[in-house]
Ligand binder design. Structure first.
Ligand code: URA
Length: 234
C-alpha cells in the first residue's frame, strides 16, 4: 500500500492532510523520514512514526479502555467528558465505536473497535456474552437478595424476569455479578429490584477477557490475538 493510503486508512486525516504530513517530513518508516507519498510498503506488521509517535498498521482497530468515572460513552456527551477524549485523535478519526455502553459513573473494561461486525457480535443479545461486574451496595447484602438475583427479578418495562448468570458476595456490601444481556442500567436495576441499591459499579471482565491490573484508569491498549482469543473463548 502506498504511504499516503497507509496514513489515510489509519486515521491521520484527509488524503490531502496525509500528503502534507509526509511532505513536511513528519513521517518515518524503518527509522528514516519518507517524503514520498507514493512509495509502497507491505502493511503486515508495518511500523511507522508520525511526529515521533510509533504506530503499527492495523487493518481494524480493537482496543480496551479502563473507563474512569465521569466519562460518557458517546461522541456527543451531554454533561460530562467523552471517553473518546481519552483516545489519540487517529483512533477517533478512524471511527472506533464503543462495544456497548457503560454508564457515566461506571468504571472498568470498555471495548472499542472500528470493525462493525465485531461491535455487532459483542453487543447482540443473541450472542449472550457474559459480562462480570463488581458492585458496591448501599446496604449489607443478605441471602434473600442473592437468591433473588440468581432466580431472576422482574425489571420495570421487561416481560421476563432477568437472572444473573453468576452471583457471589465478595464482602458485606460488595457483590460480583455476571449478566449475559446488556439492557439499560441492567445491573443497577437488578440490584434495586432485589431490594438493595448500587452505589458504585465496575466492569471487570467480558467473556474470558479480564481488565488487566496494570491498565490505569483512563488508559487504553490494543487488543492483540491473545486478548481477542480470550474474549471469544468464554
Ligand atoms: N449495568 C448498569 O446498570 N450500568 C452499567 O454501566 C453497566 C451495566
Amino acid at each position: 500500500m502506498d504511504l499516503e493510503s497507509i496514513l489515510f486508512t489509519q486515521g491521520f486525516g484527509s488524503r490531502r492532510q496525509c500528503r502534507a504530513l509526509i511532505a513536511e517530513g513528519r513521517v518515518c518508516i524503518g527509522g528514516a523520514v519518507c517524503q514520498n507519498p507514493t512509495v509502497e510498503f507491505a502493511t503486515a506488521a508495518l511500523e511507522f512514526e508520525v511526529d515521533a509517535r510509533r504506530w503499527q498498521y492495523r487493518e481494524r482497530a480493537y482496543l480496551m479502555l479502563n473507563k474512569p468515572a465521569g466519562y460518557e460513552c458517546s461522541r456527543e456527551p451531554q454533561h460530562h467528558l467523552s471517553v473518546f477524549a481519552l483516545l489519540p485523535a487517529p483512533l477517533v478519526a478512524r471511527g472506533v465505536q464503543c462495544v456497548g455502553r457503560l454508564d457515566e459513573d461506571t468504571t472498568g473494561l470498555l471495548l472499542l473497535s472500528d470493525d462493525g461486525q465485531f461491535v455487532h457480535a459483542y453487543t447482540s443479545p443473541k450472542r449472550k456474552v457474559p459480562k462480570t461486574y463488581l458492585a458496591t451496595t448501599r446496604h449489607a447484602l443478605d441471602e434473600a437478595q442473592l437468591a433473588a438475583l440468581r432466580a431472576g427479578v422482574l425489571l420495570h418495562g421487561e416481560r421476563q424476569p432477568l437472572a444473573a448468570a453468576a452471583v457471589h458476595a465478595r464482602g458485606e456490601r460488595c457483590l460480583e455479578l455476571t449478566i449475559n444481556e446488556g439492557k439499560y442500567h441492567q445491573v443497577k436495576r437488578m440490584i434495586a429490584a432485589a431490594g438493595n441499591r448500587c452505589e458504585a459499579l465496575h466492569r471487570q471482565r467480558i467473556g474470558g477477557l479480564a481488565l488487566p491490573e496494570a491498565l490505569e484508569p483512563g488508559a487504553w491498549q490494543w487488543l492483540g490475538e491473545h486478548e481477542l482469543g480470550a474474549l471469544a473463548g468464554h
